[in-house]
Design a protein. Sequence first.
Length: 254
Amino acid sequence: MYLIANGKVITRDDAMPYIENGGVVVEGTKIIELGETAALKAKYPDAEFIDAKGNVIMPAFINVHSHIYSALARGLSIKGYNPTNFYEVLDGTWWAIDRHLMMDGTRASATALYMDSIKQGVTTIFDHHASYGEIPGTLHTIAEESKRLGLRSCLCYEVSDRDGEEKCLQAIQENAVGRHAVKPLHEGGLLFKRFFKPHAEGAQFLKPLLPSPVVRRQGARAGRRGGFSFSLAHPAQCVPEGFPVKNIAIRTVT
């Protein structure tokens, strides 16, 4: 048990939204009480005291859109490569990276992202992952790192046929298998969930940017069997500047 106190506590509780000099008592993975610093120190004299030194104590953040595959590429600049639109950024940078990402790289990327999350006060992430160099077992590997470092994770594997139908079907299967593979990791108050992410992409922006027929057909089957939630990523960003919205047959919301 430990007491984090001598801080400005933001509670998100309408009855007591703010404590000028307060703290929280933590036992295991749960906050069991909050209140004034003096009162908590008197009530829990044996708790390990962590001095907040007047800083803010507040509920953690939730990152609702992260990409573990990019965690080690921060600040990356490819000499001589100057993309002019979002599709070129994807094709020349991120897809080039993810198709070479193997399991060791995925694990290292997950470790880096989770550690950075903790430093920034983030304890829950929604991650859309892609590592087309090695697909099977990826989500379980990421979930293991999430558990080891104590974060909650809602994970999915990005589904696309940009590298061929075989890789696309492996990605769909990874979402389905991953849903069951991490069940043993549901402990200690941690949360691991699965959702399904088709990627919006198209042929040089000449048609509505929706997942291909293979992705839609196979993804729908997997979704019905597994009860997935779906996330269509980046539909708006894939439309070039000045492209008439009226030309898009089906509107999407993510």
